[in-house]
Design a protein. Structure first.
Length: 422
């Protein structure tokens, strides 16, 4: 890299990228703590905020692109068709330019093909790719494994199909693609939403790079412990697991309350007055337990689809950012090697080494420019979606608490007003 006739070695660029993204954050870190009215900060000093990720630095980078408006809006229908191991989702889309509407049916393999086509058509280093949700549990073996994971290893109850949750995850995936300034313009995505015929289905094999990056993901690199991305990735995964365990406990509680409510409705079959009174009292308690079970079921459903959906999404989404940064690091290594090769090159190989070095430098800088914009957009979106999901989570908690309290108060009144006549 040449600046004002001075040659800058690539090793000095190693931390320039992260300094650019968070330079405003580091400058204003102390003021962020002081300006709080109560004198306390609720955010981590080194974490990106809306202010720190929204502005662009003075470093050499292209101007930020204009805000991209999605070309389509999508909505999944509640109608889901299941034929054996094949689940078909109905997608309703609308083109904003001419208000044309489309209705297509797609299955999970079509989404895998869409992801493959979008990535191969936009092979630019520096992009943060939205993660495709995992394949739904559609077979009996997958449903059994999922039930044991959520309800306990000794459960004999199978969790039913959660098509609504699957639709929400796939719908969010399409919206993330549509809101991206490159993926949203992709012709494969347009055909996916508008053409009746599904794309050609073929088994997509993951590349060697994906397997290597996933294998490296679980290893603790002592040199990156202070890196914000690594810490955030670990923390959001732990938070997602802890939150999921709470939801699973609520689902197990629903199962126990359901069994207990059913047991209380069993009659001894006696015609004695005492037995009839006992049956009536047990029936009232059973209704109260059923109300509590229903309230807990609604609670777990709302938690899973509000804050739980956000945590689940970004525990995978952050891996896309880490993979992008790994690609950039590899390009930096190639740039460094090209500089070393240029220094050691013999005169008759000097020109070829210079061309290789310039190509590596351009590839690295282009990747950095794209990645800088992607990271800022990613964290703006992350914070905005977290706020939205947290608001929906709080509203659902309050609404459910009021409903359950009203139902239990009604059951308590019925039990208090019950007259025992022997």
């Amino acid at each position: 890299m040449i600046v004002n006739n001075y040659k800058i070695r690539p090793e000095f660029c190693r931390n320039m990228f992260f300094d650019t993204v968070v330079e405003e954050k580091e400058t204003n870190a102390n003021s962020n703590f002081i300006n709080n009215e109560d004198g306390h900060s609720i955010s981590e000093p080194n974490s990106p905020t809306l202010e720190t990720v929204s502005g662009f630095s003075n470093c050499s980078s292209p101007l930020p692109p204009e805000p991209f408006e999605a070309l389509f809006s999508v909505k999944f229908s509640s109608t889901v068709e299941k034929d054996g191991d094949v689940v078909k989702y109905t997608i309703k889309s609308k083109r904003h330019s001419n208000d044309n509407s489309y209705v297509v049916q797609r299955q999970y393999e079509d989404f895998e093909w869409l992801e493959h086509c979008v990535l191969t058509a936009n092979p630019l280093p520096g992009l943060i790719v939205p993660p495709l949700p995992p394949k739904p549990a559609i077979t009996s073996e997958m449903a059994e494994a999922k039930s044991k994971r959520q309800l306990g290893t000794h459960t004999k109850t199978l969790i039913g199909d959660q098509f609504n949750k699957d639709c929400l995850q796939l719908e969010q995936y399409l919206r993330l693609l549509l809101s991206h300034h490159l993926f949203g313009r992709d012709e494969f995505l347009e055909k996916f939403l508008t053409e009746k015929e599904p794309p050609p289905r073929a088994k997509i094999k993951r590349g060697l790079f994906t397997r290597i990056s996933e294998s490296l993901d679980g290893k603790k690199n002592t040199h990156k412990k202070e890196d914000w991305i690594s810490k955030y990735s670990l923390q959001i995964k732990e938070t997602n697991e802890a939150f999921s365990s709470i939801v699973y406990c609520q689902q197990r509680l629903c199962s126990v309350l359901g069994h207990l409510a059913t047991a209380l409705t069993l009659s001894r079959g006696s015609n004695e007055n005492a037995a009839k009174v006992e049956t009536k009292i047990c029936s009232l308690f059973s209704e109260a337990l059923e109300d509590a079970r229903h309230g807990t079921q609604v609670l777990s459903y709302n938690e899973e689809n509000t804050l739980g959906a956000y945590l689940n999404l970004y525990s995978s989404y952050i891996d896309s950012e880490k993979e992008m940064l790994l690609t950039r690091t590899n390009m930096l290594v190639e740039y460094e090697n090209a500089n070393k090769a240029l220094d050691k090159a013999k005169p008759h190989k000097k020109q070829a080494a210079e061309e290789t070095k310039l190509a590596a430098e351009k590839a690295f800088e282009d990747c950095s420019d794209i990645a800088r914009q992607e990271i800022k957009k990613f964290h703006r979106q992350r914070i905005s979606m977290f706020q939205e999901s947290l608001e929906k989570f709080a509203e659902a908690e309050l609404r459910n608490a009021r409903d359950v309290a009203a139902m239990l108060a009604k059951s308590l009144t019925q039990i208090k007003n019950f007259e025992i006549v022997l």
